[in-house]
Design a protein around this ligand. Structure first.
Ligand code: F6R
Length: 642
């Protein structure tokens, strides 16, 4: 690492170099990480001023660098950081697009940085997306010349796309590529729907600096935040260099640093299977129960054996000798983890009625001050109207059948993911039913967004009916942050937290379930969980909260890894069928998902496969063979989710 700025972060050590082909620093919070990058840029600018030279910055757009820009603007305002000696080159621009188009990168840069600092706009460069197509090649050629004329780029800032693109160098881009017109990958276009509202409006092409142009920068800082980036970060840092993942070309650069938050670092070997990297103590880690469970479940999956069948030899040959010396022999370890996992399985997610003599044998994970309360008041938070049934439809059904008072809070309206064609279909139906005069057509004058929200409410109510939840206990919070701004620009406000607190205080739940699925690429789940987290921090001194159990569910975008499962609810074939019927009620959500690797399955199918897959895994580990299993992770408040 070339700068002391990152010294308090988790950084790459010598042992890691075998795994990590790009130096990496990991910060707990993305904002802290971004602030450090801003400091590095500020330092470069000041150094250049001292030398009487210009600083040449390569800039990126997208959601990742926004905080870096805001921090630079703050330094300008409060610390007098001047950008008079700065020249900038942006990586890319959509094509065709006018400079004033709300989604143009020219506009983005003005909004987030240029309008807030003293930079000379004539020294800022962004590929011109407004020229006729015939002139695009010339624009690109001139762009390269301008970079050379400025003396080359001192520091290039990068984000990484889910396809592994840097700039808009999509999979297949050559190492020697320079600035050019490129076709955008489908996943990139799907990720851009959040800005352009509909897929049809997302440009199909863009102008981008090439891989070679990027690699010529003297310093590269690539940032990635959030769980949805973990997979591509893992492949970029640890995989072989390949044109399929253009970011892997950065492995060749001599002065490149990858700056991550913990969520984006989640699939690096040092985080996933640290024992492969070296002795845990040398990495500042220890063999906690959680680490032990992670290692044993990993070993069982790796060897394809049931936990109780793992041998000393298995531990020895998979870098887990440390465990044998600590616990004596494989069987002791196996039994310990087997019992832990077995204890997570319960058909009574809300606990058993006190009259039942078996209550004493309840899984240990369920014992808490509210465990004895029966029936319970249960509050399930669902970010979008379908997340609850997708991820925990079977559990929901059980809770309702066990006579608990089940409330569901739908956090956002979900209107943004109802396509125009679906709305048209509903309006058509509505008009036919009304059969009124043409002037009546369209019914009450509702905004399109509200009509879409109404569609999702109707679907949520239908799904809740299938799960036998009392319709009087459905709460549509319509948190304002969601409708106030388009995706990617949404911010939590006090109102969102107050609305949540009001509901919590009204219901005073004994159990809370919330979506912990933070791999959601749109960020809504993350914001919803953050709102709930902040609301709970504010009520955590109230007597009713003392015994409240908090569970996180997953399933739409990613599953809980087995070592993080604290409660596993098995489903019968009848419950799986019923869950599927509940999911089917969310008709407007069919074919909406944008997954990677050509995965065309709909959300419902993914949820189904994932619950069945979990069950197969439990079976393979030697636990039990059920039709499907829904899993939950105990949520300890205070653990930030941002
Ligand atoms: C932006 C760019 C892209 C983004 C990448 C990540 O100028 O060239 O490579 O850096 O798509 O985007 P976000 O940060 O929105 O996840």
């Amino acid at each position: 690492m070339s700068t002391p700025l990152y010294q308090d972060a988790l950084s790459s050590s010598l042992e890691m170099s075998k795994w990590e082909r790009i130096p990496v620093v990991i910060f707990e919070q993305p904002k802290v990480a971004a602030a450090r990058v801003a400091q590095e840029i500020a330092q470069l600018i000041r150094d250049r001023v001292a030398e009487g030279r210009d600083a040449v910055l390569g800039l990126a757009t997208g959601s990742t660098p926004i905080f870096v820009y805001h921090e630079l603007a703050r330094m300008h305002r409060e610390e007098g950081l001047s950008f008079r000696n700065v020249i900038t080159f942006n990586l890319d621009e959509y094509f065709p697009i006018g400079p004033d188009h709300p989604q143009s990168y020219r506009r983005f840069m003005r909004e987030h940085l240029f309008d807030h600092i003293d930079i000379d706009l004539s020294r800022t460069h962004i590929p011109d997306g407004s020229v006729p197509r015939a002139e695009a090649a010339k624009v690109c050629e001139v762009y390269e010349q301008e970079i050379v004329r400025a003396g080359g780029i001192d520091l290039q800032l990068l984000g990484i796309g889910r396809t592994g693109h840097i700039g808009f160098n999509e999979p297949g881009s050559a190492r020697r590529s320079t600035t050019r017109l490129i076709h955008l990958d489908r996943v990139t276009r799907l990720d851009a729907i959040k800005d352009f509202q509909s897929e049809d409006l997302v440009p199909r092409t863009a102008l981008t600096m090439g891989v070679k142009s990027i690699l010529q920068a003297r310093r590269i800082v690539i940032m990635a935040f959030g769980e949805h980036k973990a997979r591509i970060v893992g492949r970029t840092v640890e995989g072989e260099p390949t044109p399929d993942i253009p970011a892997t070309y950065l492995q060749d650069h001599e002065n490149c640093l990858m700056v991550l938050d913990e969520a984006a670092a989640g699939q690096l070997t040092r985080i996933q299977t640290p024992w492969l990297v070296g002795p845990l103590a040398e990495m500042g880690l220890s063999w906690s129960e959680a680490m032990l469970r992670r290692a044993v479940t990993w070993l069982a999956q790796k060897t394809g054996k049931a936990i109780l069948k793992l041998t000393d030899e298995d531990y020895n040959s998979h870098s887990l000798q440390e465990l044998l010396s600590e616990y004596g022999n494989a069987y002791e370890i196996n039994l310990r983890i087997f019992r832990q996992l077995q204890n997570t399985i319960t058909g009574w997610p809300g606990g058993k009625p006190p009259s039942d003599s078996q209550i004493v044998s309840q899984p240990r994970t369920l014992l808490s001050p509210s465990a004895a309360v029966y029936p319970k008041r249960i509050l399930i938070f669902s970010p979008h109207p379908d997340d609850n049934v997708l991820s925990m439809g079977g559990t929901l059904l059980r809770l309702a059948e066990h006579q608990h008072q089940v409330h569901i809070a739908y956090q956002v309206s979900g209107s943004a993911s109802v396509k125009a064609e679906v709305l048209e279909r509903y309006l058509d139906f509505h008009q036919q039913m009304k059969a009124g005069s043409p002037s009546d057509r369209g019914g009450p004058v509702l905004q399109k967004k509200e009509m879409k929200a109404a569609i999702r409410r109707a679907e949520a109510r239908a799904a809740a009916r299938v799960c036998r939840v009392d319709p009087a206990r459905l709460h549509f919070l319509d948190l304002p942050f969601y409708d106030r701004a388009p995706e990617g620009h949404r911010k939590i406000a006090t109102e969102d937290i107050d609305l949540t607190i009001r509901l919590l205080e009204e219901i005073q739940p004994h159990q809370i379930y919330a979506a912990g699925d933070l791999a959601d690429p749109h960020g809504t789940h993350r914001l919803c969980l953050e709102i709930l987290s902040q609301a709970l921090q504010k009520v955590n001194d109230q007597p009713w909260f003392t015994g409240c159990e908090n569970w996180l569910y997953r399933g739409t975008w990613a599953d809980w890894p087995i070592h993080e499962v604290d409660m596993a609810v098995p489903l019968s074939p009848a419950e799986v069928a019923c869950k599927r019927r509940a999911i089917f009620q969310h008709e407007s959500q069919k074919n909406q998902a944008a997954f990677l690797d050509g995965d065309q399955r709909e959300f419902g199918q993914r949820a189904d496969d994932s619950a069945r897959g979990t069950s197969r895994l439990f079976d393979a580990l030697g636990l039990s063979d059920y039709e499907a299993i829904e899993t939950f992770h105990r949520w300890t408040l205070g653990h930030s989710v941002q």
